[in-house]
Write a protein of this length. Structure first.
Lengths: 255, 321
C-alpha cells in the first residue's frame, strides 16, 4: 500500500457519463492484483468532497493504472475533469483480490453496468493462466456499453437496444444450462440486486461465485469501520468491504 | 526537519508524571489499533495513539449504512464496533507496546461495572500510558450518550475509575449538552486528569428519493472540518472553566487548525476524521507545528496553550462560566 500524488495520463468519456481515467504509478502497478481497488482524492482540501472515493483497478498497462467510473456526484465530476499532467492523490492498492488460482476450467464473468470495472484486469490475469473466459455484461442501454479488454462477450441491455433484451442474469442462466463449461467459477460485480440473484443461481447450480462489493467507506483501509457486510457462519457478525473484501465468496456473506 | 531544529523546540509535555513527546495525537476510532497503516505513518512522531474504543465483549457494531459524507464532514454510526478488551490484550497490545509512542486505550461501556471491569483488566497490562473514557458515543442504544449527557452519572463513572488507577484518566466529553463546562468541572472534581473535547455532534441526513434516513440508525455523529468552529468554542469554554488539561479534538485538518486549538486553551490536540482522508496527516501537522514555532521564535509549544489574545468584555461566554 502506498499513498502518492500520481500524474494523470488521460481522462476520457468512453461511454455515456462513463470515464476512463489513466494515471501513472509504478508502485501500484507493481503490486496490484485483480479485484483490488484504490481510494482517490479528487481535489485538494476545501475544493471538493472531504473523503476519498474508492474505485476498482480496471487494468494496469506498464506503469499506468486505469479506472472506470460513472461521473454522478461532485467527487466523480471533479475527477472526470482531470487532464493530462494534473495530479490526483491515490491510496492503494487496497483490499483482497479475486482468487484466480482456484480449481476451475472456465471463468464466467458477470457484470452489471459500471460493475464491469474490475474485469479487464482480471481477464488479463486469467488469459495468462489459460482459463476459458465467458463474459456477460448488462447495461441500461446501448450507449453505456463498455467491452474493452474483455473476452467472449455476451451483452444484455434493459431496453433491448443491443444484444439480449433483459438483465444480465436472465442472459447468463440459460447459458449455464446449454453449455459444457467443465468446472466453472463465477466472478461478478454490479448492483446488489443483481449479485443477490446471481448468488442464488450459483448456489442452485453449485458453482463457486466470487463477487466484488461496493461500500460506503471513508478510509478504505479498516480505520473507520464504516463499510460492514454481514457474514455467514460463526465469528464476528460483519466483515469490512474495504479490508476483508471487496472480493467475497457469496457463501461467506449475506447480500 | 533537521535534528538541530527538533532539539531546539520543546514539543513534549507532562501529564501526571508521564511525558508525552508531542502535543499531536490520533483520536480514538480514527486510527484503529495502530496496525492498519503502520507502514505509512511514523507514529514515533506523535504524542500517542488513542485506540479504537474497547468494551468488555466484542461489539459487532451497527448495520450498514454507517457512513455518510456531508458538507466538509461526515456522519458516522459505527456503534462502537470493536474486538473487545481480551482480544485487544492478546492480539493488539503486544504490537502497540513496542511502538515508540504512548498508548492510550479508549474505554466504552454500557454500565458502570463494565467500565470498571475493562479498566481493571487493562491495569494488569504493561505498556499503557493513560486511559480515555468514552462516556459520549451517540451511536449506541444503551449507555453511550445517556451517560455522557447525565452530569452526575459522568461524575460517578469518573470517581469509580479514579479509585481503580493511578494512571492518567482522561474523560471524553460530548458537545450534545447545554453547557459542556459543567461536565468538565464535575469530572475535574471527581479526579479526572484531563478531558477530551469534543466527541461528535449528533446529526442526520435523508435520502429524498427514498425518504429514508441515510444512516441505519437514523442519526449519527458528525465529525470533520464542519465541526471545527464548534469544537474550538467548546475547548475555549472548558479550558476557561477547569484547571486540568484539555485535549482539543474536532475537525483538525492542518497545523493552523491545531494552533487555533492550542491558543484556545488545549494542551494537546487529537486528529480524527482527517486520518481517513490522509493517513499521515498527524505527522504532517506535527511537522507544521514545529515550522510555525521556528518562524515565530517559539521554544516551547506549551507557551501557545491558552495564549489567546481576546478582549473578554465582549464575550458572551462569560455568563456561562
Amino acid at each position: 500500500m502506498v499513498q502518492q500524488l500520481c500524474k494523470v495520463e488521460s481522462c476520457d468519456e468512453v461511454a455515456a457519463k462513463t470515464f476512463l481515467l489513466r494515471f501513472a504509478s509504478s508502485e501500484i502497478t507493481a503490486s496490484a492484483q485483480p479485484g483490488q481497488f484504490v481510494n482517490v482524492l479528487a481535489a485538494e482540501a476545501g475544493e471538493g468532497p472531504l473523503l476519498r472515493r474508492p474505485f476498482s483497478i480496471a487494468r494496469v498497462d506498464g506503469d499506468i493504472v486505469e479506472l472506470f467510473f460513472h461521473a454522478i456526484g461532485t467527487g466523480t465530476l471533479l475527477l472526470s475533469r482531470k487532464r493530462h499532467g494534473e495530479t490526483i492523490d491515490v491510496l492503494g492498492p487496497l483490499g483482497q483480490s479475486f482468487r484466480v488460482d482456484a480449481d476451475y476450467d472456465t471463468a464466467l464473468i458477470v457484470a452489471g453496468g459500471i460493475g464491469v470495472a474490475p474485469f479487464p484486469f482480471l481477464t488479463a490475469d486469467l488469459l495468462k493462466r489459460c482459463k476459458r473466459i465467458e463474459t456477460f455484461v448488462g447495461y441500461r442501454n446501448a450507449g453505456q456499453i463498455l467491452t474493452s479488454h474483455l473476452q467472449n462477450i455476451h451483452i444484455a441491455t434493459d431496453d433491448g437496444s443491443k444484444g439480449f433484451h433483459g438483465n444480465v442474469v436472465q442472459l447468463f442462466e440459460p447459458f449455464l444450462d446449454r453449455t459444457d463449461l467443465g468446472k466453472a467459477k463465477i466472478f461478478a460485480c454490479g448492483p446488489t440486486v443483481m449479485l443477490k440473484a446471481l448468488s442464488e443461481l450459483a448456489k442452485r447450480k453449485n458453482i463457486c461465485c466470487e463477487v466484488s462489493l461496493e461500500g460506503h467507506m471513508a478510509c478504505g483501509v479498516g480505520l473507520c469501520q464504516g463499510c460492514p457486510v454481514e457474514r455467514t457462519g460463526d465469528g464476528s457478525k460483519y466483515a469490512l468491504v474495504c479490508k476483508d473484501g471487496p472480493i467475497f465468496l457469496t457463501t461467506d456473506i449475506i447480500l | 526537519m533537521t535534528a538541530s531544529i527538533k532539539n531546539k523546540i520543546k514539543t513534549s509535555f507532562t501529564l501526571r508524571g508521564i511525558e508525552f513527546k508531542n502535543r499531536v495525537f490520533v483520536a480514538s476510532g480514527t486510527f484503529g489499533y495502530g496496525d492498519e497503516v503502520r507502514k505509512l505513518v511514523d507514529v514515533s512522531r506523535l504524542g500517542g495513539i488513542f485506540t479504537k474504543s474497547l468494551s468488555w465483549k466484542p461489539r459487532a457494531g451497527n448495520p450498514p449504512q454507517r457512513i455518510v459524507e456531508t458538507a466538509s464532514g461526515m456522519l458516522n454510526s459505527i456503534g462502537l464496533a470493536n474486538i473487545g478488551v481480551h482480544t485487544f490484550i492478546e492480539q493488539k497490545l503486544p504490537y502497540l507496546r513496542k511502538l515508540d509512542t504512548r498508548i492510550i486505550p479508549n474505554i466504552a461501556a454500557s454500565s458502570l461495572q463494565e467500565y470498571c471491569d475493562v479498566l481493571e483488566l487493562l491495569e494488569e497490562q504493561e505498556g499503557i500510558a493513560a486511559y480515555e473514557i468514552n462516556v459520549s458515543c451517540p451511536n449506541v442504544k444503551e449507555g453511550g450518550l445517556n451517560f455522557g449527557t447525565d452530569c452526575s452519572m459522568t461524575g460517578k463513572i469518573t470517581a469509580s475509575l479514579r479509585k481503580l488507577t493511578n494512571k492518567t484518566l482522561i474523560i471524553k466529553l460530548t458537545p450534545n449538552v447545554t453547557h459542556i463546562s459543567e461536565f468538565a468541572r464535575t469530572v475535574e472534581a471527581e479526579g479526572a486528569d484531563a478531558v477530551s473535547v469534543i466527541n461528535t455532534l449528533i446529526g442526520m441526513a435523508i435520502d429524498i428519493k427514498t425518504r429514508k434516513p441515510k444512516l441505519s440508525t437514523v442519526t449519527g455523529g458528525l465529525s470533520g472540518p464542519a465541526i471545527k468552529p464548534v469544537a474550538l468554542a467548546k475547548v475555549y469554554e472548558v479550558a476557561k472553566s477547569v484547571k486540568i488539561p484539555v485535549f482539543g479534538v474536532g475537525g483538525i485538518a492542518s497545523a493552523e487548525d491545531a494552533i487555533e486549538f492550542l491558543l484556545a486553551g488545549a494542551t494537546a490536540v487529537q486528529i480524527g476524521t482527517m486520518n481517513f482522508v490522509d493517513p499521515v496527516i498527524s505527522v504532517k501537522i506535527a511537522d507544521g507545528l514545529e515550522i510555525y514555532a521556528r518562524e515565530h521564535g517559539i521554544l516551547d509549544m506549551g507557551t501557545l496553550v491558552g495564549a489567546l489574545d481576546a478582549d473578554l468584555k465582549f464575550s458572551v461566554l462569560q455568563s456561562w462560566l
